[in-house]
Design a protein around this ligand. Structure first.
Ligand code: NAP
Length: 281
C-alpha cells in the first residue's frame, strides 16, 4: 500500500496539505499517500502513539496540537524546542522526532523575495502568538540586526524578547503607538496576527502612515491573498509578501524531512493558489 503520511489537527476539513503532498508523491514517484486526520483535543496522546502503532511514516501537526504533541515524541529538534512547538513529525524506525518548519519557511520566502540577506535588517513583528514565535526564532537563528515586537497584549511579547537574549539578538517590545510613530526605522514589517483574515478583511493591525517607501511588508495570512495591510503598503510604494510562500515552504521542508528530496515548490504554489481561488477568499 505504500507509506502513509498525515496531518493531525482540528479542524482539518479545508486543509490544502493533502493535495500538495499527494501531488508531490505522484510527481516524484514515491508510493505514498497523505491523509488529514481530525483529532479532538482529548485524543492527542492516542494519535501520536497511533503513528508508531500504525507505522505512519510522518505527520504534519497543525492548530491546536502543535504544543500538545511534544510531550509524546522521542526527540525534539533544537529549533522546534526553541520555538516551543512542532509542526512536523518524522517516524524514524519507530522513533518519533519533532521539527518545526514554519519559521524557516517564512525566512526562506522573505530572502527569496528580497533577493538579499537579512543580516543588516531591522524588523518589526506584529503579534506574539505561535506563528510569531516560529518566525522570530527562525529570523534570529538566521541572523538579523534588530527585532521589535508589538502585540495587543504587550506582555506576551516578553518570552520572545527573552529568547532574543539567549540567541544574542538585539530585541525590544514596543506598544502599538510607539511602533506606529517609529515605523520608518524598520526595513521589514511582518504581520503574524490574524487581524485582516477573512471574513474580517477590512481590519488592519497597524497604521502605516510612517512607513518608508523602500520597506517590505509581509502578512502571514493567505486568505485573502492580499490583506488590507498589504494593499495599503503597496499604495505607499512598499514591496509586499503574502503568506502563500511561507505555507508552501513549510510544506516543502516537511517533505524533505520525510523523504530526503525537495518537491517542486512552483507546482505546490500553483495547487495552493488554485485551492484558495476556489474557496472562501
Ligand atoms: P495565535 O497563537 O492564536 O496568535 C494570534 C495573534 O493574533 C496574537 O498575537 C493575538 O494578540 C493577535 N490577535 C488576534 N486577534 C486580534 C485582534 N482582534 N487585535 C489585535 N491582535 C489580535 O495564532 P497563530 O497560530 O500565531 O496564527 C496567527 C496568524 O498566522 C493566523 O492568521 C494564521 O492563519 C497565520 N499563519 C500562517 C501560516 C502560513 O503558513 N502562512 C502559518 C501559521 C500561521 P493577543 O496576544 O493580544 O491575543
Amino acid at each position: 500500500m505504500g507509506k502513509v503520511f498525515g496531518l493531525l489537527g482540528h479542524p482539518v476539513g479545508h486543509s490544502m496539505s493533502p493535495n500538495i503532498h499527494n501531488d508531490a508523491f505522484n510527481q516524484i514517484g514515491i508510493e505514498a499517500t497523505y491523509h488529514a486526520f481530525d483529532v479532538g483535543l482529548e485524543f492527542v496522546k492516542e494519535a501520536v502513539h497511533g503513528i508508531r502503532a500504525l507505522q505512519i511514516a510522518g505527520c504534519n501537526v497543525t492548530v491546536p496540537h502543535k504544543v500538545a504533541v511534544m510531550e509524546y515524541l522521542d526527540e525534539i529538534d533544537e529549533e522546534a524546542r526553541l520555538i516551543g512547538a512542532v509542526n512536523t513529525i518524522v517516524n524514524q524506525d519507530g522513533k518519533l522526532i519533532g521539527y518545526n518548519t514554519d519559521g524557516r519557511g517564512f525566512v526562506q520566502s522573505l530572502i527569496e523575495e528580497l533577493n538579499e540577506d537579512l543580516k543588516d535588517k531591522r524588523l518589526l513583528l506584529i503579534g506574539a502568538g505561535g506563528a510569531a514565535r516560529g518566525v522570530a526564532t527562525a529570523l534570529m537563528l538566521h541572523g538579523i540586526r534588530h527585532l521589535a515586537i508589538t502585540n495587543r497584549t504587550l506582555e506576551k511579547a516578553d518570552p520572545i524578547v527573552q529568547l532574543a537574549k539567549t540567541l544574542k539578538t538585539p530585541a525590544k517590545a514596543v506598544d502599538r503607538a510607539q511602533a506606529e510613530k517609529s515605523l520608518d526605522e524598520y526595513d521589514v514589517i511582518i504581520n503574524t496576527t490574524s487581524v485582516g483574515m477573512s471574513p474580517n478583511v477590512e481590519e488592519v493591525p497597524l497604521d502605516l502612515g510612517n512607513l518608508k517607501r523602500e520597506a517590505v511588508v509581509c502578512d502571514l495570512i493567505y486568505n485573502p491573498l492580499e490583506t488590507k495591510l498589504l494593499k495599503l503598503a503597496k499604495k505607499e510604494g512598499a514591496t509586499t509578501i503574502n503568506g502563500v510562500g511561507m505555507f508552501v515552504n513549510q510544506a516543502a521542508l516537511s517533505f524533505e524531512h520525510w523523504n530526503g528530496v525537495t518537491p517542486d515548490r512552483n507546482r505546490m504554489r500553483k495547487i495552493v493558489l488554485e485551492q484558495l481561488g476556489g474557496t472562501t477568499c
